[in-house]
Design a binder for this molecule. Structure first.
Ligand code: UDP
Length: 237
């Protein structure tokens, strides 16, 4: 892989906390990204915002207008993106934040060609604010950016080591897949990514790898060619 889109979950950024950003988890992510970047791989990143705010929960639990709630969620992804940018800079990793919603000077307004030029110049690219639109998620934002930036794969970092037939955190007998097709992910309604994100990757033949990002060393292993996580493949493969 020469260029990847890494999706980081906002929830994982909480570490052991129940809200917000755990500085040690953030720093561990930054170090992991630095090691992987040093392999010469171009890395673009999309971070979620679930550790701060999710539009759907805001609408159902607190009565917020859904669109405003989603906009709050997108701003949460910007907060996480700035935190990661700061941690990467502190670790000596040149990086740039692009936002899907115009908000200079917090980040530059996203543009595919500017982002590709930054990747080619060896900078880590952080794509904030998801797709910029309500009713989407950062999983869809990741699929979109992976496809747009012509990445070789979308790497979805999670708390578990791959895709299971049911939630392994709730069911000890859950069975893990080494490989699974996009259509099986959709047909079996596996809650690994939302259907919109999975369908986008399927239609655009974007490979997905789901892996445990919270074990230090895993991203490096994956990018060094080790067979970890679950690979989602095109049905005809
Ligand atoms: N969001 C949105 N449009 C997007 C991406 C995100 O409206 O393109 C909002 C949505 O409210 C979502 C929140 O931002 O709940 C945080 O993103 P997400 O839930 O994907 O974060 P994660 O679960 O990965 O932490």
């Amino acid at each position: 892989m020469k260029r990847v889109l890494l999706k980081l979950s906002g929830e994982s950024l909480m570490g052991a906390q129940s809200y917000g950003i755990d500085p040690s988890r953030l720093n561990s992510y930054a170090q992991e990204i630095k090691r992987s970047r040093d392999l010469g791989i171009q890395i673009a990143i999309v971070i979620g915002g679930g550790n701060i705010f999710r539009g759907l929960s805001g609408a159902t639990q607190s009565g917020f207008d859904r669109v405003k709630g989603d906009q709050m969620g997108m701003l949460a992804t910007c907060i996480n993106s700035l935190a990661l940018s700061s941690a990467l800079t502190a670790n000596g990793v040149d990086n740039v934040v692009y936002t899907a919603i115009r908000m200079e000077p917090i980040g530059e307004f996203y543009d595919k060609w500017k982002a590709i030029a930054a990747l080619q110049a060896g900078r880590v690219v952080i794509c904030a604010a998801g797709t910029g639109n309500p009713f989407f998620t950062t999983d869809t934002g990741s699929s979109l950016r992976a496809i747009e930036l012509e990445a070789d794969a979308m790497l979805k970092g999670t708390r578990v080591d791959g895709i299971y037939d049911k939630d392994p955190e709730k069911h000890p007998d859950a069975v893990r897949f080494d490989r699974i097709s996009y259509s099986d992910v959709i047909a079996k309604d596996l809650k690994v990514m939302d259907v919109t994100a999975t369908a986008m990757c399927m239609q655009n033949k974007m490979p997905i790898v789901v892996f445990d990002m919270d074990t230090p060393g895993n991203l490096f292993k994956l990018l060094s060619g080790e067979n970890i996580g679950t690979r989602v493949y095109i049905d005809k493969e």
